[in-house]
Design a binder for this molecule. Structure first.
Ligand SMILES: CC(C)(COP(=O)(O)OP(=O)(O)OC[C@H]1O[C@@H](n2cnc3c(N)ncnc32)[C@H](O)[C@@H]1OP(=O)(O)O)[C@@H](O)C(=O)NCCC(=O)NCCSC(=O)/C=C/CC(=O)O
Ligand SMILES: Cc1cc2nc3c(=O)[nH]c(=O)nc-3n(C[C@H](O)[C@H](O)[C@H](O)COP(=O)(O)OP(=O)(O)OC[C@H]3O[C@@H](n4cnc5c(N)ncnc54)[C@H](O)[C@@H]3O)c2cc1C
Length: 636
């Protein structure tokens, strides 16, 4: 029945202060207030409804996305929302759109790599959305290999301009979000050529479309690359294709025609190229910034799926009825707990590693401004490795949550198929996860060769086994006289182990902080132990081969896991309530707050357009003739 909390009995079991845990999850009382207020604002506004997406055609879907983006912008302006509140509103609108790349890459790239002069010119326009930007780096022929990009930017010292050109089919820009139908400007990455000499890949701000009638400018061919994985999902985004035919571009992001203090390089009025004495990899700065935000996004996506699967696991009953009594809640099955609770622990683990990575990125950015590049290699390795680790685990975790919900998990109304389809490209964009792990492996090889066997002694005691595992995996590989390429598959495993060590050690460090609220710290300790022991169990071969644990230890760890699952069980619903997601944001009947699943599933089914008529279109044309065939065919 509506209004009845079918999960009240579960919520009454909680052994900790859920409101205090909501603050821990949000990061601070202020962050909680902003999230809570904005999520409810979005949930209560019919202009942001999203339950009809799966029934729209691509063109209807995209037009609806443009409507929502404009409506969101109007809401932000009318309510005078702050930058933080506006970002939260776009988050809770929960729809991949061109605005993601405008706010998430185009503006950060100008802030991170533009000159003062360029920031003063472009940021006011971008913040007012008087221009709409995209990040055009990937090409048809190259995405991972940035140094392989073919687009050219040739400096013409006669006119003090850059001529941007796509020399081959494979140099067509391909994939940039927002590019296909909306962006008026792009940060386009191209090979700089000055005085006939090439100077590698740099970023350039290029106008693509007229601000009057939105038509592509002279020399610009631009469009959408077509349907992507899943039906609704990421098809609300116009990932585009772009070709330049000797386009004049007077604004380069890494350059000004007049030499000004720049991050990366200078081209003077006399057409001389001067490489600044900063690492050339700073041109990759925007990707590093986005990779650290993707780690925080992983905790959001995984917690969403876990919230749905946990609530439904408490609602669903199957088998186990005694003397006509209620059947067993599937959340009480040890197999369900052994699949679900490590994902719950991972959601919290990724939340805290995301907080730490945000600190690390801010720290390295501050150092760069003082020309201190000492921590840049570690920041690159951490952002690359943790992006890879958390997105792989989250994509796999969302799919596991779908399976944990049985058949109903396969319904669009469960919210899980769409969540998976929207999330899974995170394993590819901002750097293919394997390519990024190879960067971590390269960093580890260098570190081992510089520091000897001890990679780092700066880890909490509880992580000795994890640290020994990484060192052992590296020694097994580094000791063998074969090339990096030959050992790359093994080195990637060591890179994953290194990233898992970081996640475990940062979770332990989080628990050493003051954490207010009755029982809150104890719950987090249980989740931290689940995360660490689950991985130890999953990779026990590595740990046993290091000799730092014995088979008896491994067996004890497994026993302890079962005990920890029993400790989580009475708190499971409260632990997912702590995410404070509205039913609107979850978009899931299985995960609805009141647990009133069956009536809602049944009601939703009849809303499907296929049920608008009792007799489906096509019956009379195709099926009736079949049914009316001569008796003779019935004998076949
Ligand atoms: C794979 C990469 C990093 C290779 O880059 P490359 O220039 O070829 O460098 P090397 O592998 O030769 O390494 C040389 C040296 O530089 C260090 N390094 C590399 N990258 C960085 C960095 N970002 N910061 C600092 N240092 C870096 C590296 O460690 C080496 O150091 P040594 O001391 O060992 O010499 C590069 O090609 C790359 O990043 N590829 C991935 C491309 C990518 O991520 N594309 C994303 C496009 S945008 C997008 O996908 C948007 C999606 C939409 C959305 O997010 O919503
Ligand atoms: C939804 C989506 C949105 C995107 N948005 C944007 C955007 O806004 N702007 C933009 O510029 N780009 C964007 N991209 C492109 C994205 O950044 C690239 O697809 C990504 O970097 C992977 O590069 P690739 O496609 O060249 O993969 P490839 O490198 O071709 O990967 C193919 C396979 O080759 C393997 N591989 C490649 N190199 C090596 C190596 N050295 N050693 C071992 N294995 C290797 C990979 O691991 C992978 O298994 C987007 C992509 C997607 C899917």
């Amino acid at each position: 029945m509506e209004g009845v909390d079918h999960l009240a009995h579960e919520r009454n079991k909680s052994e900790f202060d859920v409101d205090a845990m909501k603050i821990v999850w949000a990061g601070s009382p202020h962050a909680f207030d902003v999230s809570d207020r904005i999520s409810k604002l979005v949930a209560s506004d019919p202009g942001f409804r999203k339950d009809n997406r799966s029934t729209l055609s691509r063109k209807e879907l995209f037009k609806n996305t443009l409507r929502k983006a404009a409506y969101a912008w109007k809401t932000i302006v009318d309510l005078r929302l702050s930058e933080e509140e506006a970002a939260k509103l776009r988050f809770y609108v929960d729809e991949p759109a061109f605005t993601d790349l405008h706010w998430g890459m185009f503006i950060p790239a100008i802030k991170g790599q533009g000159t003062e002069e360029q920031q003063q010119k472009w940021l006011p326009l971008a913040y007012k959305m008087q221009i709409i930007g995209c990040y055009a780096q990937t090409e048809l022929g190259h995405g991972s290999n940035v140094q392989g990009l073919e687009t050219t930017a040739t400096f013409d010292s006669q006119t003090d301009e850059f001529i941007i050109h796509s020399p081959t089919l494979t140099s067509s820009k391909w994939w940039p979000g927002g590019l296909g139908k909306v962006a008026t400007h792009a940060i386009a990455y191209a090979r700089l050529i000055v005085g006939g000499r090439e100077h590698g890949v740099h970023g350039f701000i290029v106008q693509l479309r007229s601000l009057e009638d939105h038509s592509p400018l002279l020399g610009i061919t631009v469009g959408d690359i077509g349907m992507k994985f899943g039906n609704g999902a990421y098809n609300t985004m116009d990932n585009g294709v772009l070709q330049f035919d000797h386009v004049l571009d007077v604004y380069s992001i890494a350059f000004a025609s007049i030499a000004v203090m720049l991050w990366v390089s200078q081209v003077t009025c006399e057409g001389k190229y001067k490489q600044s004495d900063v690492p050339r990899q700073l041109v990759y700065g925007t990707m590093v910034y986005v990779r650290q935000t993707i780690v925080a996004d992983a905790s959001c996506a995984l917690s969403r799926a876990v919230c749905i699967a946990t609530r439904y696991s408490a609602v669903r009953r199957q088998f186990g009825s005694q003397n006509g009594g209620p059947e067993t809640q599937v959340i009480d099955y040890k197999t369900q707990q052994s699949r679900l609770f490590p994902l719950l622990a991972s959601a919290y683990a990724f939340r805290f590693i995301g907080e730490w990575l945000k600190w690390l990125y801010a720290d390295v950015t501050q150092r760069l401004q003082a020309n201190d590049f000492s921590t840049l290699p570690e920041a690159h390795a951490c952002t690359a490795g943790l992006k890879s680790l958390t997105t792989t685990a989250t994509a796999d975790g969302i799919e596991e949550c779908r399976k944990l919900c049985g058949g109903h998990g396969y319904l669009c109304s469960s919210g899980l198929p769409e969540l998976f389809a929207v999330y899974v490209p995170a394993c590819t964009y901002e750097g293919d996860n394997t390519v990024l792990l190879l960067q971590v492996a390269r960093f580890l090889m260098k570190t081992v060769s510089q520091l000897g066997s001890r990679l780092s002694s700066k880890k909490p005691v509880g992580t000795i086994a994890y640290m020994t595992r990484v060192e052992h995996l590296m020694q097994c590989r580094c000791g063998v006289q074969r090339g990096f390429a030959e050992l790359s598959a093994d080195l990637v495993e060591a890179a994953v182990a290194h990233c898992q060590l970081i996640v475990v050690s940062k979770f332990i460090e989080k628990l050493q902080q003051e954490i207010p609220g009755k029982g809150v710290k104890q719950q987090l300790e249980v989740l931290c132990n689940i995360y660490a022991l689950f991985l130890l169990h999953k990779h026990q071969g590595d740990f046993l081969s290091t000799g730092c644990i014995t088979p008896k230890h491994a067996a004890l760890a497994n026993d302890e896991l079962r005990s920890l699952y029993s400790q989580v069980r009475p708190n499971a619903i409260a632990l997912v309530d702590a995410f404070n997601y509205t039913d609107h944001y979850l978009g899931s009947i299985l995960g609805c707050y009141d647990g009133n699943v069956y009536p809602k599933l049944y009601e939703a089914a009849w809303k499907d357009p296929l049920n608008e008529s009792v007799v489906p279109d096509g019956y009379h044309l195709y099926i009736r003739p079949l049914l009316k065939q001569e008796i003779r065919t019935a004998r076949l």
